[in-house]
Ligand binder design. Structure first.
Ligand SMILES: Nc1ncnc2c1ncn2[C@@H]1O[C@H](COP(=O)(O)OP(=O)(O)OP(=O)(O)O)[C@@H](O)[C@H]1O
Ligand SMILES: [Mg+2]
Length: 258
């Protein structure tokens, strides 16, 4: 049996997916990128190999993606995230027409064709608002775990508008809302609305081409997903592990290369 690996070195997480010829996922891992992306890449690969129960020399081909893709000397080739998220999303949900990837540092809207080929895209990598980093900063400020943001926001009772579009100003707005004793759930809901408005502006530039599939860590936030579904007026496809979709696309490309 031949095995192929995809490795996505993102700003927050480094993700590895190993597939066989099937293609079937035989192992994957998600580790924090931290300060040194080469170390994270080694760690993530070792963890995924361990789960797959195979050794590094059993990997026939490996492709790297993500902003840190150039710092993966073990990979045979580096490919952009746009291509990889398109392919990964299409593989999981063959009806995908639009991919929304919201990661830690950037967000992208990708229009894909029948085979997962990229037709058009739009990307925001200039500003933290509209990315997962915005939510990380706010979770930290509110002393709420990232995984609690979604469930908490769904219990919100009242609409609070966060008027600042900039992360730094929105953070001071949060500080004053906390000082006014506003319920945390309502504040989080307001923050989710702010990030979703940003993402929605990007989606409109590319257009909604159903079905819509969301990838990246922010797809794990049920509050953001619910508000985005309201805007799109349709259900969004989300896989069990949306953070590894880019790495899956890279692994599929590695398989096609042999
Ligand atoms: N368990 C969780 N629940 C809710 N949100 C989460 C969870 N884990 C991560 N996130 C969100 O996902 C974001 C990171 O996503 P991801 O790992 O896809 O980013 P990345 O690929 O490293 O970044 P980029 O693609 O921008 O370089 C975090 O900023 C956070 O907002
Ligand atoms: Mg990413």
């Amino acid at each position: 049996m031949k095995y192929f690996a995809g490795i996505d070195v993102g700003s927050l997480s480094t993700d590895v997916v190993i597939i066989d010829e099937g293609p079937r996922v035989v192992g994957y891992s998600i580790v924090t990128t931290g300060a040194k992306s080469t170390t994270a890449a080694d760690k993530a690969l070792a963890a995924a190999l361990d789960r797959a129960g195979i050794s590094r020399d059993q990997i026939t081909a490996m492709i790297a993606t993500g902003y840190g893709r150039v710092s993966v000397p073990l990979a045979d080739k580096a490919v952009t995230e746009i291509t990889c998220h398109g392919l990964g999303a299409h593989h999981l949900f063959p009806g995908t027409g639009t991919v929304i990837d919201v990661g830690g540092q950037d967000s992208k809207v990708i229009k894909v064709g029948p085979k997962g080929k990229v037709l058009d895209f739009n990307m925001n990598d200039k500003c933290a608002a509209g990315t997962g980093r915005f939510l990380e900063v706010m979770a930290d400020k509110l002393e709420v775990g990232l995984d609690q943001m979604g469930p908490l926001s769904l219990t919100a009772k009242r609409e609070i508008e966060i008027s600042s579009v900039c992360t730094v100003f929105a953070e001071s707005e949060v500080v004053s809302l906390v000082a006014q004793d506003e319920p945390v759930a309502d504040i989080i809901r307001g923050l989710h609305r702010a990030i979703v408005n940003r993402i929605w502006n990007m989606v409109q530039l590319v257009g909604v081409n159903p079905e819509v599939t969301m990838t990246g860590g922010v797809a794990k936030n049920s509050g953001v997903v619910a508000l985005l579904e309201d805007k799109i007026k349709a259900k969004i496809n989300i896989s069990d592990e949306p953070q590894i979709v880019g790495a899956l696309g890279a692994a599929l490309l590695a398989r096609n290369s042999r």
